[in-house]
Write a protein that binds this ligand. Structure first.
Ligand code: MTE
Ligand code: MO
Length: 371
C-alpha cells in the first residue's frame, strides 16, 4: 500500500466523518472522477450541492420577477425567457468546498474530497440585456438573486440568496439557464430556471431562481456576508470567495479495490489523462509526476471545448512495477499554479492542492497473488 495520497507529505488529515457530514454526503453526491472521460458530464453524474430541500416547481405557475431599484418592474414566464436570444455553452462548475474533507481541522459542512465538479452544456439567455431593459437605477450596487428553496442556516430562516455587482454582470457572460445537455433543467439543478455565473465557484449560480432585486445597498445575506468567505478564524470577516482557482484532476488509472479504492495498474504503457480548469484564465500547462513530485513532465493539452469549460490533458507513461504516487499540477494563463501543500482557511474553500493518486503497478493484484 502507498501512503494516503490525499494527504500531502508532512501534513495530517483526520477522516473521522460525523453523522451530520455523512447525512449531507448522501444527499449531495460528487462526480466519479473516471467520468472526466466525457467532455460533457451526463446528467445524473454532475455533482450536486443543495443547502436545503429540492423544491417542486409548477412551471405554469412559476415566474421570474425583476424588482427593486429599476425603472420598469418586470415579470417573465418561462416561455418569455425561452423566446429571447438563446446561448448554449459548456461550463465547468465546481463547489467552493471541493477538497474540504482533506483539511485538518476542517469546518463541519459537506465533506467533499475531490469530486464536486461537472461540466454541463447549459442553455439560457444572457442576463444583462434583461437588466438593461428593466433600467437599473444609477445607484444600484448589488443585484440580488433569490431561490425558491428555504431553510435555516447560521441560526436564521432564509431563502438561498446571493448577489453580484452590476460590473460582474455587464460582461454578458452571466446567463439565466433553463436547459442542461439539450433537455430542461432537472429538479436537482434548479428547474425551471437558474443563474449561471461562468468561471465562478458554484455558490454564485442560484438555482430555482424566482426573484432578481436591484439594490442600492450592499447585500448582506448569509451566503454572501457570512458563508463563502476566506477566513482565518471566526472573528475574521474575510475576503469573498468568487472565481474558481486553478485545478487539475486525473482519471484514476488502472482498476480500484472496491472498498479502499487503492488502484492497481499492470506494468507497461498507460495513458495518464484528466482535465484542468481555472476561473482566472485559460490553462497554460499541466505537469505530471510519476514519482510524487520529484520530476515533472508537461502533459499534452487537448483543444479547449469552451472558454469556461475544463480542458483535457494526457501523458503516456511506461509503468514499472512497484508503488508510485502520480501527481498532476495545472498552471493558468494568469500564472497561478496549484499548491503542493494544502492552504488552510476556516470554511475549507478552494483547497486546490495538486491531485495525488497512489497506484500499485503489478502483474498480480492481491487475490490472484494469494491464489
Ligand atoms: N437556490 C440554491 N441555489 C444554489 C444552491 C442552493 O443550495 N440553493 N447551492 C449552490 C452551491 S453551494 C453550488 S456548489 C451549486 C451547485 O450546483 P449543482 O447542484 O447544479 O451542481 O449551486 C448553488 N446554487
Ligand atoms: Mo458549493
Amino acid at each position: 500500500m502507498t501512503a494516503d495520497p490525499l494527504v500531502p507529505p508532512g501534513t495530517t488529515a483526520a477522516y473521522d466523518v460525523t453523522r451530520e457530514e455523512l447525512q449531507l454526503a448522501a444527499r449531495n453526491h460528487g462526480m466519479p472522477l473516471e467520468t472526466m472521460r466525457f467532455d460533457i458530464t451526463p446528467v445524473g453524474l454532475h455533482y450536486l450541492l443543495i443547502h436545503y430541500d429540492i423544491p417542486k416547481v409548477d412551471p405554469a405557475q412559476w415566474t421570474l420577477e425583476i424588482t427593486g431599484a429599476v425603472q420598469r418592474l418586470a415579470t417573465f414566464t418561462l416561455d418569455d425567457l425561452r423566446g429571447r436570444d438563446a446561448v448554449t455553452t459548456p461550463v465547468t462548475l465546481e463547489c467552493a468546498g471541493n477538497g474540504r474533507a482533506r483539511l485538518s481541522p476542517r469546518t463541519l459542512s459537506q465533506p467533499w474530497l475531490l469530486e464536486a465538479i461537472g461540466t454541463g452544456e447549459w442553455t439560457g439567455t444572457p442576463l444583462w440585456p434583461l437588466l438593461e431593459e428593466a433600467g437599473l437605477a444609477a445607484d444600484v450596487v448589488d443585484v440580488v438573486f433569490t431561490g425558491l428553496d428555504r431553510g435555516v442556516e447560521g441560526g436564521a430562516e432564509q431563502r438561498y440568496e446571493r448577489s453580484l455587482t452590476p460590473d460582474q454582470i455587464r460582461n454578458g457572460e452571466v446567463l439565466l439557464v433553463y436547459g442542461l445537455n439539450g433537455a430542461p433543467l432537472p429538479p436537482q439543478h434548479g428547474f425551471p430556471l437558474r443563474l449561471l455565473v461562468p468561471g465562478w465557484y458554484g455558490m454564485a449560480s442560484v438555482k430555482w431562481l424566482s426573484h432578481i432585486t436591484a439594490s442600492t445597498e450592499r447585500f448582506a445575506g448569509y451566503q454572501q456576508a457570512r458563508a463563502y468567505r476566506y477566513r482565518a478564524d471566526p472573528d475574521d470577516t474575510g475576503e469573498p470567495v468568487t472565481r474558481i482557482q486553478v485545478r487539475s484532476l486525473m482519471v484514476p488509472p488502472g482498476i480500484p479495490d472496491f472498498f479502499t479504492r487503492q488502484r492497481y495498474v499492470r506494468p507497461g504503457p498507460v495513458l495518464i489523462e484528466g482535465r484542468a480548469w481555472s476561473g482566472a484564465g485559460a490553462i497554460d500547462r499541466v505537469e505530471v509526476s510519476v514519482d510524487d513530485g520529484e520530476h515533472w513532465t508537461e502533459a499534452e493539452l487537448d483543444e479547449p471545448i469552451g472558454r469556461h469549460a475544463w480542458q483535457g490533458w494526457r501523458m503516456p507513461w511506461d509503468a514499472t512495477p512497484g508503488p508510485h504516487v502520480l501527481v498532476c499540477r495545472a498552471t493558468d494563463t494568469a500564472g497561478n499554479s496549484q499548491p503542493l501543500e494544502h492552504r488552510w482557511n476556516l470554511g475549507g474553500y478552494a483547497v486546490n492542492t495538486v491531485h495525488r493518486v497512489g497506484v500499485e503497478v503489478t502483474e498480480h493484484p492481491p487475490d490472484t497473488a494469494a491464489g
